[in-house]
Design a protein around this ligand. Structure first.
Ligand code: ATP
Ligand code: MG
Ligand code: MG
Length: 378
């Protein structure tokens, strides 16, 4: 079966790797250039959306910032999974927030901001501090601003206004003003839903960020109360979207209660650990779900952590001995995700020891949070 992935990055690449044993052949469509490419070699395979759609049995996506006309054309072919609506929801925070309200899952209080008056009303209603986010195109903490008590609201509006009225700005761009949540930590859940409504989820993951970018994810297999809460919220969202495929949900943990931060209608960076931590990884399960195969097991097989490789073209040789290294065949640029390292162990204590060992030779300034995570696990 031929599966076309909209988007030609590392997620398409890892789907291709996971699909090969099942004869699920993945090609990638670069939505900007219109090129169809081989997701591993990046060699061109063809050009144009019509050609791409014609050659596919199933179409899916590796990111949510895809122009609506492309999604609708794919949907008309009857091959797109999840739906255009589900992908568009993940790509527009305004639609996403409305969905979270409709699905009845807790999330940060918010207002939509188009004008200075809206911004003032948002501060009146929500107080300070606030997080302000562009509704379209945000990722890795890009397209975000902060407002704290005492900050100059006019200066902030001047920045937001310049952003919203830039000539290259996409239609429909707005700002979501959100109450800043004083969370204890951030966790995420990766779930998968089959076309028949069959649903499964992986173990809860704790996530660490630096400068808005995910640096480290650690599986939290023993948090049964939070796991149940998260799975229940994810399933509500998936049902509301009549979702097919892998769906990721990011949460804030506030004293044992979860609030949804955002959703990603796709495989997700915080689920890369499933490649070594689970019998059937998120990439394989996504392909199974969208191509109508039974879902694979999501049970945790061993404590696992995932470390992002940001902007580094190489890692010390010892890393290959101590862990599983996954490169994305990307040119390193500062802060760019070019690979990840999965670390597995037989127990949480052994995982802490391994993380501490990696922290002793991976450079601190490139691999943030490793030492503290090892200490927290020990
Ligand atoms: P991603 O790369 O995960 O898609 P993104 O650019 O879509 O990131 P968010 O996940 O919404 O952005 O926000 C990035 C980070 O900013 C969050 O992981 C969290 O640390 C912080 N953050 C976002 N919203 C809030 C909030 N309402 N309260 C507190 N912190 C927040
Ligand atoms: Mg996001
Ligand atoms: Mg996020």
């Amino acid at each position: 079966m031929n599966i076309l992935v909209l988007g030609a990055g590392q997620l398409a690449r890892m789907m291709a790797l996971a699909g090969a044993p099942l004869n699920l052949i993945v090609s990638a469509y670069d939505v900007r250039s219109g090129d169809i490419i081989h997701p591993l070699t990046l060699q061109p395979l063809g050009h144009g959306l019509n050609t791409a759609i014609a050659g596919a049995d199933i179409i899916t996506a590796e990111f949510e910032h895809i122009p609506a006309d492309i999604l609708h054309q794919c949907e008309q072919s009857g091959k797109l999974r999840p739906s255009a609506q589900a992908i568009l929801t993940g790509g527009d925070r305004q639609i996403e927030k409305a969905l979270l309200m409709q699905a009845g899952v807790a999330n940060a209080p918010y207002r939509v901001v188009y004008t200075q008056a809206d911004l003032e009303k948002a501060v009146d209603a929500l107080g300070a501090p606030l997080v302000l986010k562009s509704t379209l195109d945000g990722y890795d903490g890009k397209g975000q601003w902060r407002y704290r008590d005492g900050d100059d609201l006019h200066a902030l509006w001047a920045e937001l206004d310049a952003f919203l009225s830039a000539p290259e700005q996409r239609d429909g761009q707005a700002i979501i003003a959100e109450a800043m949540i004083p969370f204890d930590r951030e966790v995420s859940l990766i779930g998968v839903r089959g076309a028949n409504g069959e649903f499964a989820s992986y173990s809860l993951t704790q996530n660490h960020h630096h400068d808005g970018i995910l640096t480290l994810s650690v599986v939290r297999p023993d948090e049964h109360a939070l796991q149940t809460q998260a799975a229940d919220m994810l399933e509500k969202i998936a049902s509301a979207l009549n979702y097919v495929g892998v769906l990721a949900v990011e949460f804030f943990d506030v004293d044992g209660s979860l609030l949804v931060n955002e959703i990603a209608p796709r495989v997700h960076n915080s689920g890369h650990w499933t490649q070594q931590g689970s019998a059937c990884c998120q990439f394989e399960n996504h392909l199974r779900a969208v191509s109508g195969l039974p879902l694979g097991p999501t049970d945790l097989i061993q404590p696992t952590a995932m470390i992002n490789i940001l902007g580094q073209g190489s890692v010390p040789l010892a890393t290959y001995r101590d862990a599983h290294v996954h490169w994305y065949n990307k040119t390193p640029r500062p802060g760019r995700k070019v690979g990840h390292i999965n670390v597995t162990a037989t127990s949480n204590a052994a995982l802490a020891t391994k993380l501490a060992s990696l922290a002793s030779y991976l450079p601190d300034d490139a691999f943030h949070g490793l030492k503290s995570a090892a200490l927290a696990l020990a």
